[in-house]
Write a protein that binds this ligand. Structure first.
Ligand code: ZN
Length: 326
C-alpha cells in the first residue's frame, strides 16, 4: 500500500476508535424522576449506562448538580410539588417560585440578576446552533485576566444539541480547560434545535413555535450533554429569551430554573454589580464579545486588586434566594 494511503488508514482507525470511545456506553431509559435523598438533595433524572443505573441530582442549597450511581443514594420518590414543599426554604424552591412570578412577558423570563457580595458579575455564554467555530478569544481573555487573581474562572455556558452535534472539537477543548483548572463551567440547557424564523412574531417563534416537542428539546439536550461528558445543571435558558407563562410552567415542571439576563451586552445593556451578563460564543455576535473584552480591560486594575469578581452562576443565584443572605 502506498505510504499516503497507509497514513490515511491509520487516521481512519484513530477516527473510528475515537468515535467508539465517545459513543461507547450509550445512555438509555433517560427519564424525569423526582424525589429527595438526605436533607438537601433533589433527585431530578434517572438513566442507565453500561449496565449501571444513575441519578442526576441537585443540592437544593447550593444549586449544584452531580451524577450518582443508584447504589450511592436512598431516594424517596415524590412529585416535584411535594419535593418543592419539602425543600420550601431552600434557594432552589425559592428560585423556581421567583422564576414563575417572572414569566408573564414574552422576553427575559426567570432569574435575570444575582446577588454579589462585592463588585462583579456572573457571565453566561450562549452556544446557539452555528456554522462558525467557538469564539475561543473569550476564554483566552478570561484566563489571562484572572490567572493571577482567582482560578478557575467560573462561566456558565448555555449549550444547544445542534451546537454539540457540529462542534465536538470545541466541546472537547472547553472540557480540557476545565480539566486543567482554568475554567469552572456550569452547563445550561439551551434546547436541542433552537428554531428561529426571522419572519414570524415572537409569540410563535423560538420554543413557542407551534408543534415544538418541548420534552425532546429538554431531555434530548440533557442526554446529548451527558453523552459528551457534560453534567446538566439546574438552569435553563430560553432560545431568544422568548417564552410565555404556560411555557415557563412547562419548563419548571422539569425542575429547571430559567435564567434570563439584565445585561445582554450586544444590545447595549450595561453590566452592573450582580448582573447576569449574556454574550454569544458561537461566532455570531462579535459585537458582544468585543464589548465583553472591553469590559474586562476596563476592570483590569480592580480585577488585579480583587475588587471586581466573576461569580459562579449557582453561587450568585443561591445568594439571591438563600434565606440567610450573607
Ligand atoms: Zn440562543
Amino acid at each position: 500500500m502506498p505510504l499516503h494511503l497507509k497514513n490515511l488508514s491509520v487516521l481512519f482507525a484513530i477516527a473510528i476508535l475515537f468515535h467508539l470511545k465517545v459513543s461507547a456506553q450509550p445512555i438509555s431509559k433517560y427519564r424525569v424522576c423526582f424525589g429527595t435523598a438526605g436533607d438537601n438533595l433533589l433527585v431530578m433524572r434517572s438513566f442507565e449506562r453500561g449496565g449501571q443505573s444513575y441519578y442526576l441530582a441537585a443540592d437544593a442549597a447550593t444549586l449544584t448538580t452531580r451524577l450518582y450511581t443508584a447504589a450511592q443514594l436512598t431516594v424517596t420518590q415524590s412529585t416535584l410539588s411535594q419535593t418543592l414543599a419539602k425543600l420550601h426554604n431552600s434557594a432552589y424552591s425559592r428560585a423556581i417560585a421567583a422564576a414563575l412570578q417572572q414569566s408573564y412577558s414574552l422576553q427575559d423570563a426567570g432569574v435575570s440578576h444575582g446577588f454579589a457580595k462585592e463588585k462583579g458579575i456572573s457571565l453566561t455564554i450562549d452556544l446557539c446552533p452555528s456554522h462558525k467555530p467557538l469564539d475561543r478569544v473569550i476564554f483566552a481573555s478570561l484566563i489571562n485576566s484572572f490567572k493571577k487573581v482567582k482560578m478557575p474562572v467560573p462561566v456558565a455556558m448555555s449549550v444547544t444539541g445542534r451546537f454539540m452535534l457540529t462542534h465536538g472539537d470545541d466541546i472537547e477543548w472547553l472540557k480540557s480547560l476545565q480539566k486543567a483548572g482554568d475554567l469552572d463551567i456550569t452547563w445550561i440547557n439551551h434546547t436541542y434545535n433552537h428554531h428561529f424564523n426571522p419572519g414570524i412574531p415572537l409569540k410563535e417563534n423560538f420554543l413557542l413555535e407551534p408543534g415544538t416537542d418541548v420534552n425532546f428539546e429538554i431531555l434530548g439536550t440533557e442526554t446529548a450533554m451527558l453523552q459528551h461528558g457534560l453534567t446538566p445543571s439546574v438552569f435553563f435558558r430560553f432560545p431568544g429569551l422568548v417564552s410565555d407563562h404556560s411555557l415557563v410552567d412547562k419548563v419548571t415542571a422539569y425542575g429547571l430554573i430559567p435564567v434570563g439576563t439584565d445585561a445582554w451586552l450586544a444590545k447595549g445593556q450595561n453590566a452592573a454589580t450582580g448582573s447576569i451578563v449574556l454574550i454569544h460564543g458561537n461566532g455570531n455576535e462579535p459585537v458582544g464579545v468585543k464589548d465583553f473584552i472591553k469590559l474586562l480591560s476596563a476592570q483590569a486594575p480592580e480585577i488585579m486588586n480583587k475588587q471586581w469578581l466573576l461569580y459562579d452562576l449557582s453561587e450568585t443565584v443561591e445568594d439571591e434566594f438563600s434565606l440567610n443572605q450573607k
